[in-house]
Structures are given as C-alpha cells and as structure tokens.
Ligand binder design. Structure first.
Ligand code: APR
Ligand code: PHB
Length: 399
C-alpha cells in the first residue's frame, strides 16, 4: 500500500476536473487528479461545442486559451427554423456585443491534458475502486487501486468532478442530498462527419413536424449534426443515408439542398435529462459539473456550467489557502446553484419549445407555434433568449 498527501484530490479528468486542476496549479495549490478511464477513452467522448465568453475567459485564465483563439469560430447569431422557414436571432446585437464560440469539448479537454503534460502534472488514469472517506472530518481521504496496488491519498478537500455516474455524489448519505430530475421522452441521435458545415456563422435549431434537428460544427471541414429520435431507437437503426435524409427533411428547403453529406465518423444516441443535486458541498467534499447537474443539450449549457462551477470552486479554495478565509467555500453551493437553476430553466424552456412531444398534439402544439411566432417578432423575448444563450454574468443577481 502507498500513502501520500496533497491539498486537494480531484476525482475525474473531464473538463471540470482538468480545468480545476489548471486553476489550482496556477495558484500554487497542490492537487492530484484520479480518473477511472484511460486518456484515449476520455478524448473519445464527443460532446457539445458552444462556449460562452465566461468559459473562453476562464480557459485564458487557466493558460489554455491558444487552442480556442486559433481553432474556435465566433458566432454572432443563431438560426431558428420552424414551418420550414429560417429566422435569425442576432444574439450579439441583442446583448450589447456578446458572442459565443464554436469549439468542441474534446478540443478543450485535449488542450487541458496537453498543458498538464507540459507542466509536469500527473493524472492517475485507470484508477480502479475509487472511494471517498471521512469528508465530514478535517482529514478526508481518497483510496484507489492502480495496477493492483492500493493507494491512499490524504488531503484537505475532495472535489467530485466525476460526472453524472461518478462515485462522489453516490458517497453522500441519502438524507443529506436532494435530487431534482426530469427525463424527456426522446433522445438525440448525433453524427460527426468530415463535411463542411451547412452553417458556419450560426448554430441552426429546427422545430419541424418530424421532430427537432440541430446543425453545429467543429471546424470549417467538420460538422456535428443531431436529430431528435425515439429513446427506443438504436444506432444500428440509423444508416448514414437514413440520417442525412431525415435531417434534410427537418430543415428549410434552401439549407437542405445546400447540405453536404458524407460518411459519419461517430454516431451515438443520448437521452435528454434535467437534473440537479442540492447542496453541492458536504463537509470537505465539493461537487462540480455533471456530478451535480445535467441539462438537456438544447441550450449548450453543460460545459459552460461545469466551467462556472469550477471558477467559483477554484476561487473558494484559493481564498481558503491564501487568505485563510472560509467565506468562499461556505458560499460555494449557494452561489453555484443560483447560476445552475437559471441555466436549467433556460435549457428546459428551449427544449420544450423546439421538440415534438409524444403528448403535445393539439393544444400543446399550438402553444409551441404561438411562442415561436412571438419569439421571432418580439424584441423582449428574443433578448431573453439571447442573454441566456451567450451566458449570464458570473455575478448575475448578486447585487
Ligand atoms: N472514479 C474516477 N473517475 C471517475 C469515476 C470514478 N468512480 N466516475 C467517473 N469518473 C470520470 C469519468 O470517466 C470522466 O472522465 O469523471 C469524468 C467526468 O467527466 P464528465 O462526465 O465529462 O463531467 P465534467 O467534467 O463535469 O464535464 C461536464 O461534460 O457531459 C458533459 O455536458 C457536459 O459538457 C459538460 C461536461
Ligand atoms: C454541438 O456543437 O454539439 C452543440 C451545439 C449546440 C447545442 C448542442 C450541441 O445546443
């Protein structure tokens, strides 16, 4: 058995854990990241790709901004499609100059991993049987198995950045945590393909009789597209040809005609879920990112919320270690949850507006149509969409 000590043990090397590690390292706080999977597995996961300015700023602060500066595409608008007609929403104009940047989560993760390697920071990959102990005391512990050897890490804090299925939230006594959840009655089939995106200046969100569709991008030569599908569908049910035929039927005719198709390089089906666990602090254990909350991807908020949690949490740890003040860690949960619930509301709203629901024939359908019509004709509602889409400020509502 090997025993060692550090200030913070971070569980999970997804974007939350890696970004927290980068910010702590910059502040001179010692930490170890313990990850269940291999680096290749982590990089193989394809996820969303729209960054708020708050997230881009944080990547710069963490010293990994070069990738997004060089490889990201700045967007000033989004496009809504309904009744086969395109309606631009000029988000930059509506928010006094704010933008979002198209840059994949896989790329963010890779930039952070490369920086860790350059800085000589190690991450324990393929750690088995990770377990958390004594986080209700001042001396918490994380244990794991690596290559058959047991390791014990003594620390001052544990950061649970281990995603929705992780061990951190699951280690909290049931009576100390409240979970709120909504599961949607459909999924998204996502396809990644090396074809030029049908729209490079704006993400396209389409509401059609056949269900939702989304056109996004990873670069000028790589597209990421989605269609709403039944949860019972399997990836094998969807040949590339079926996917291309279906997505084109859900767009406006001009865009459908223009869409370049090609062989898929990744195809997967993901369920849609809204989920929040409260609180996000249990003694010396803090949850961040997907470990504490999930949003349906419609608002592109998952990665951005992970980043804002990490901003609040890293500031709290820095305040604790440098200024000897517990104010930040005491407020972390409340602070983070205020922003999370706003993003939950926005993601739920946009999901409800844009998808076909099995039970929304008739009245529900008419309400959706009336709201879309109101949205594209109302400066007030367009502004509300825009200010949420670009991301609310980190200190929103705290004055
Ligand atoms: N022990 C160690 N690591 C674990 C364990 C465990 N028991 N369980 C899970 N992990 C790891 C996972 O393998 C994964 O690499 O924790 C990491 C969590 O990463 P993510 O799921 O990507 O979560 P997070 O870093 O919070 O990123 C949030 O990911 O799902 C998207 O939309 C979401 O963009 C958002 C982002
Ligand atoms: C993506 O690029 O994968 C993406 C973009 C916007 C969304 C969801 C996903 O709302």
């Amino acid at each position: 058995m090997s025993t060692s000590s550090t200030q913070v043990v971070i569980i999970g090397a997804g974007p939350s854990g890696l970004l927290l590690g980068a910010l702590l390292h910059k502040a001179g706080i010692d930490h170890v990241i313990v990850e269940r999977q291999s680096p290749d597995y982590v990089l193989g996961r394809i996820r969303a790709g729209i960054l708020e300015q708050v997230t881009v700023d944080l990547l710069h602060e963490a010293g990994v901004g070069t990738g997004v500066t060089q490889g990201g595409t700045v967007h000033h608008s989004i496009e809504l499609v309904f009744k086969n007609t395109r309606h631009p929403i000029e988000v930059t104009q509506l928010t006094g100059g704010k933008v979002v940047t198209a840059y994949g989560q896989t790329e963010v993760t890779k930039d952070l991993m490369d920086q860790r390697t350059r800085s000589g920071l190690s991450t324990v990959y393929e750690a088995r049987d990770v377990s958390l102990h004594d986080f209700d005391s001042l001396l918490p512990q994380v244990r794991y198995l690596k290559d058959g050897v047991s390791h014990v890490l003594n620390c001052e804090f544990i950061a649970g950045c281990d995603g929705f299925h992780g061990v951190a939230r699951a280690s909290v006594p049931k009576n100390a945590i409240t979970e709120f959840e909504k599961v949607y009655p459909f999924g998204w089939l996502g396809v990644l393909a090396d074809v030029p995106p049908v729209s490079t200046h704006a993400i396209v969100y389409a509401n059609s009789d056949r269900g939702f569709a989304l056109c996004s991008m990873r670069s000028m030569t790589r597209s990421r597209y989605y269609v709403q599908c039944p949860l019972s569908d399997k990836v094998e049910d969807w040949s590339d040809q079926r996917f291309w035929d279906e997505i084109r039927r859900r767009l406006d005719p001009e865009m459908a005609e223009r869409m370049v198709i090609g062989a898929s390089i990744e195809k997967s089906i993901a369920p849609l879920r809204s989920f929040v666990a409260e609180p996000m602090r249990f003694g010396r254990l803090f949850l961040a990112g997907d470990a504490a909350h999930i949003v349906p991807p419609t608002g592109a908020k998952g990665l951005n919320l992970a980043a804002s949690d990490v901003k609040y949490l890293s500031s709290a740890f820095i305040e604790f270690f440098k200024d000897k003040s517990a104010a930040g860690i005491d407020h972390y949960s409340q602070h983070a949850l205020a922003r999370i619930w706003r993003a939950e509301r926005f993601s739920w709203w946009l999901t409800s507006l844009m998808h076909r629901f099995p039970d929304s024939e008739g009245f529900g359908q008419k309400m959706q149509e009336a709201e879309l019509d109101y949205l594209v004709n109302s400066h007030a509602l367009s502004t509300s969409l825009a200010e949420n889409y670009v991301g609310l400020p980190l200190d929103f509502g705290q004055h």
